[in-house]
Design a protein around this ligand. Structure first.
Ligand SMILES: C[S@@+](CC[C@H](N)C(=O)[O-])C[C@H]1O[C@@H](n2cnc3c(N)ncnc32)[C@H](O)[C@@H]1O
Length: 255
């Protein structure tokens, strides 16, 4: 990589909301992408317990970005996540109100019913992470692509997950050659697609690295985010161990 890439996630980023999700390996990239794009409108299709969504929201807040975020989900689950109970929505709703009141909204509905609430060419950053069959991902893309701004970004999760009837990988294989794309292979894969058009003269560094077509830059960026997510995981482990040691110390002193 010719440039020294020093995104905000490595300077300071401590996820406020940690829940189990395979999105965990993409947290630093999700944070940096939002920080770089400074989206005025961000939409997520598929939020579940909120790991990806609240990472985006945290970046919006900490980077003082003046934009709006919408999380679309029935909050009932599907046959890949399994059906889940009301406690998931309650937890997500509480966290949203507590930390992101005023710019982040939960839209509890089907993706197709949310479509009419968004104008064509309006979304700066769209994350497609709903039901993962080939048919569902194709439908989400076909329905929502027109809503994305020219030059806007679409993220697809699980583009390397080849299990059960997951088909995001197949859909990604089909479309990646027809668009500007970048693929992260770790953490079940994250596809990044850029819609044609838009003003590219003031592109942030991360977009230049993602879509600049340099093989070496692409490999370095991939390696960078594998390390960044590993580092974040290690920091969390360290914090947990320190917390445990502190707890044991206090218990000893009290006995
Ligand atoms: C893979 S999970 C989302 C994971 C989440 N982005 C994360 O960071 O962990 C998929 C979610 O999409 C929702 N979902 C699937 N199909 C949907 C549809 N057609 N309309 C609304 N929600 C849907 C499910 O309820 C589920 O919560």
């Amino acid at each position: 990589m010719t440039l020294v890439y020093m995104p905000p996630s490595i300077r300071h980023f401590e996820p406020l909301h940690m829940v189990f999700s395979t999105w965990v390996d993409h947290l630093p990239f999700g944070y940096d992408l939002v920080a770089a794009l400074r989206p005025r409108l961000l939409v997520e299709l598929g939020t579940h317990k909120g790991l990806s969504y609240f990472t985006f929201c945290q970046a919006m807040k900490e980077q003082e970005i003046d934009g709006l975020c919408y999380a679309v989900d029935t909050f009932e689950g599907d046959s890949h996540t399994d059906k889940y109970d009301e406690s998931v929505f309650t937890m997500v709703n509480n966290h949203n109100r507590q930390h992101y009141h005023g710019f982040s909204y939960l839209m509890r509905m089907f993706f197709n019913d949310a479509l009419r609430h968004f104008s064509e060419d309006s979304i700066d950053l769209l994350h497609i992470d709903g039901f993962h069959t080939y048919e569902a991902v194709s439908e989400d893309f076909a329905n929502w692509y027109p809503k994305v701004k020219p030059g806007g970004i679409i993220l697809f999760h699980d583009v390397q997950a080849r299990l059960q009837d997951f088909g995001a990988w197949k859909f990604w294989e089909e479309i990646r050659g027809h668009h500007e794309t970048f693929t992260f292979n770790h953490g079940f894969g994250l596809g990044v697609l850029r819609k044609l058009g838009g003003d590219r003269s003031a592109d942030p560094e991360v977009l230049k690295l993602l879509f600049g077509n340099g093989e070496e830059e692409a490999a370095s960026l991939r390696a960078f985010y594998v390390h960044a997510s590993k580092h974040l995981e290690n920091m969390r482990k360290l914090k947990r161990l320190q917390g445990q040691a502190q707890g044991q110390g206090q218990a000893k002193a009290a006995s």
